[in-house]
Write a protein that binds this ligand. Structure first.
Ligand code: DU
Length: 235
């Protein structure tokens, strides 16, 4: 399927019983606080430019963010930080990401996740990550990004697993996540037979309040990393 078909598959997914129950339970609990809004409480599809040179891979939707609004990095603090940065470096049309239909569009970037449902305690199980990885694998294949920016070690490892499973030559020993870590991953022949392929994995601290409020990830550092991603995508 194409990306629209992939989105439909994601949105209708009920593969992980624990996550199906949790996303709906979080929805019931939070509905009271957001009573005037529709509460999504479903898997959250990827968002942004279908031909993005930069694929940003997070962790999973946030309880009051993506699980509420139905859009990645929308309606929570991580999203506020990330979208403002994407806007500053020219990849997002506006600095805020409030709700679907708010006019936000990304050019050159797309937001994806290794797990599309909100998990308890932000911790998907290894089985859940494996089950959901078919979607990220398809996403990487369809978008064919030049750069994959992974927000945190979870996205880094999930992306490496997906690439290894799709026949990419992941270096051994497996490269370790770090902010600013860069790894070139290549394959001899692409699945579509188009020819040699190469992408660059770029590690970035996750823009969660845990990192941004403590100064572990500053706006300047985020901008510099995204500028690096843009330069790599253009090279
Ligand atoms: O209807 P559409 O052109 O497929 O766009 C759907 C959705 O995707 C829209 O809310 C903006 C976003 N989007 C984007 O961010 N960047 C693009 O290049 C194309 C679409």
């Amino acid at each position: 399927p194409d990306l629209a078909a992939l989105d439909s598959l994601v949105v209708d997914c009920r593969a992980c019983p624990r996550l199906v129950a949790w996303r709906e339970q979080v929805g019931r609990e939070r509905r009271a606080a957001f009573a005037t809004q529709d509460y999504w409480a479903r898997p959250v599809p990827s968002f942004g430019d279908p031909a993005a040179g930069i694929l940003v891979v997070g962790l999973a939707p946030a309880a009051h963010g993506g699980n509420r609004t139905g859009r990645m990095f929308t309606g929570d603090r991580s999203g506020d930080f990330l979208i403002a940065a994407l806007h500053r470096v020219g990849l997002a049309s506006q600095a805020t990401s409030v709700a679907r239909g708010d006019g936000l569009a990304l050019t050159g970037a797309r937001l994806a996740a290794p797990v599309h449902c909100v998990p308890p305690e932000n911790k998907p199980t290894p089985d859940e990550r494996r089950t959901c990885s078919v979607y990220l694998a398809r996403e990487v294949q369809l978008v064919a990004p030049r750069v994959v920016v992974t927000l945190g070690a979870f996205g880094w490892n999930a992306t490496l697993d997906v690439l290894a499973g799709a026949g990419w030559a992941v270096p051994r020993p497996r490269p370790r996540f770090g902010h600013g870590a860069e790894v070139v991953v290549s394959r001899e022949t692409s699945e579509t037979g188009v020819g040699p392929g190469q992408l660059i994995l770029l590690g970035c601290f996750h823009p969660s309040p845990h990192n941004t409020f403590t100064g572990r990830l500053t706006p300047d550092a985020m901008d510099a990393l995204l500028a690096r991603a843009r330069a790599l995508a253009a090279s």
